[in-house]
Design a protein around this ligand. Structure first.
Ligand code: TYD
Ligand code: MG
Length: 496
């Protein structure tokens, strides 16, 4: 007989300990250990386990015929882009995100689209009552979609129900933290339960060929088991992100066994649900603060798509011994690197200043190509010198202060020209990548020093600023309309 084993399981990462301790050694989180009975943690009752005989199976070779993963496109272009062309049959996808970000809304919309196209689509809500889900569907104008709805939390009951009749094409489980299986003893929401429930649902997906979507809340305090323990079990992990105060939502693929992991899907939360944003650049630039210092437009690439976004920097004299460095939407070590290069090679003294850095619209940038735009925004803020409103920036900065070329120069330039920008500030060596007429004037920079000097020469010092730039006291020197293409480009919001 199996010994009853009580152990302390980290609710963040799933590591198990014999005794309680304040900090999880595996993931470093505090106060995440909870006592759990892990006797039946294999999600198979001991009685069955002991009776089960081993079975010999055939081993296969790597080559051989296998059909292409059959996909189920939803027709929601932004969602399909991130999944890699639609949900794969028999696969399990985890959609993670903060509570209230719009996961239920997105998946209600996706199931409705598929149900309307004649597929059997099932939505199991473990969090909300049927009436609440109906209310949402009504608000979205999807109340008449033939989605099969249930408010259930028992994994065994759910699988039994789904196994009846035609195999469902899409099953949404909202959320995995509310599910429980009676094969393990722990309370719903604990790591052991979440893991066992996910395992059962994954087995169901593989066996039946249904595409299963698990919703998971990301919580920091460890009260509910984070979906991290499920991440390695599923085929794909999508993360739904956004700033609570902003209406943009970004769906990002974190892991995908069947598709790309660098694509993003952009949505806007409206009163009528999530609206797809087909041209994210227009949205990210729609509320631009034209002509104020500390902002630069970065011509980036997200997956296969060029995306223009505004980078904002605020460099302000500090009153602290150690100045603050706060970053939203970018890698903080990348910012430190750019600041160090500015100090070491361009004579920009930043040790007496707090630096705040933000990527507009809730986008998170991972490309090193953002270095040049970030540096321009930082220097612009420090020197109180607005950058030309019709310029985009991109290029990687090396530790020596050189500006290095980045991939997909022409795609970036094309997008900038399309949105009405007049000039691009880019690495010298990228000029060769521009085939023919770029549609906008190109200012190449070889090193960061020349760019800094050029920006600083336009600035007016702020009161109390300790930075010494080429200054004149004439307030008119803030004029940004230099160059013949200085008319601000079009940043109109998309018509709804
Ligand atoms: P929801 O999908 O319930 O979030 P999650 O499942 O990730 O917890 O969405 C919650 C928020 O979205 C809620 O604050 C209200 C807002 N919302 C809209 O703005 N418009 C809508 O049409 C809907 C359905 C929700
Ligand atoms: Mg929800």
């Amino acid at each position: 007989m199996a010994k009853s084993t009580l152990s302390f399981v980290c609710q963040n990462c799933g590591a198990a300990y014999n005794r309680w301790q304040g900090k999880c050694d595996a993931c470093g989180e505090w106060n995440t250990l909870a006592e759990e009975d892990t006797t039946g943690a294999t999600s198979m009752p001991a009685s069955i386990r002991s009776k089960r005989k081993s079975r010999v199976f055939a081993l296969e070779s790597l080559s051989g015929k296998s059909v292409d993963a059959p996909r189920l496109p939803t027709g929601m272009a932004e969602l399909d882009r991130v999944t890699g062309g639609g949900f794969v049959r028999g696969s399990v996808l985890l959609v993670g995100g903060d509570p209230g970000i719009g996961k239920s809304t997105l998946l209600t919309q996706a199931t409705s689209v598929l149900a309307r196209a004649g597929h059997r689509a099932v939505y199991i809500s473990g969090e909300e009552a049927i009436a609440q889900v109906r209310l949402r569907a009504e608000r979205l104008g999807l109340a008449n979609a033939p989605v099969q709805l249930a408010a259930e939390t028992s994994v065994e009951d759910i699988i039994a129900t789904l196994s009846e009749g035609t195999v469902p094409r899409l099953v949404v489980i909202d959320s995995i933290q509310t599910m429980w299986t009676d094969t393990v003893e722990s309370a719903p929401g604990t790591v052991t339960q979440v893991r066992a429930s996910a395992q059962a649902l994954i087995r169901f997906a593989k066996r039946s060929g249904a595409a299963v979507i698990l919703v998971g809340h990301v919580t920091k305090d460890g009260q509910i088991a984070g979906p991290r323990v499920v991440e390695h079990m599923v085929d794909a992990v999508l993360s739904f992100e956004g700033e609570g105060s902003q209406q943009f939502r970004i769906l990002r693929s974190v892991k995908n066994r069947f598709g790309p992991t660098d694509e993003i899907g952009v949505f806007e939360m409206t009163g009528l649900g999530l609206r797809e944003v087909t041209n994210p650049s227009e949205l990210f630039l729609s509320e631009r603060d034209l002509g104020s210092p500390g902002t630069a437009v970065f011509a980036g690439i997200e997956g296969t798509r060029p995306v223009l976004v505004e980078l904002q920097a605020l460099v302000a004299p500090t009153s602290l011994g150690t100045p603050r460095r706060a970053v939203v939407g970018w890698d903080s070590s990348r910012l430190s690197m750019v600041l160090a290069v500015l100090e070491a090679h361009c004579g920009v003294k930043l040790s007496g200043y707090d630096v705040y850095f933000n990527v507009a619209g809730g986008l998170r940038i991972q490309e090193p190509a953002a270095d040049l735009a970030a540096a321009a925004a930082l220097v612009s803020s420090l020197a109180n010198a607005p950058l030309p409103t019709d310029a985009v920036y991109f290029g990687e900065i090396s530790l020596s202060g050189a500006v290095r070329p980045v991939a997909q120069t022409s795609a970036r330039l094309k997008e900038a020209a399309k949105l009405g920008f007049g000039r691009a500030i880019l690495p010298e060596s990228a000029r060769g990548d521009v085939g023919g007429d770029a549609g906008l004037s190109l200012n190449t920079v070889g090193g960061l020093t020349s760019l800094v000097a050029e920006i600083a020469a336009r600035g007016t010092p702020r009161k109390g600023a300790r930075q010494s730039t080429e200054e004149d006291d004439d307030g008119d020197s803030r004029d940004t309309s230099h160059g013949k293409n200085a008319a601000p480009p079009r940043f109109r919001r998309q018509e709804r």
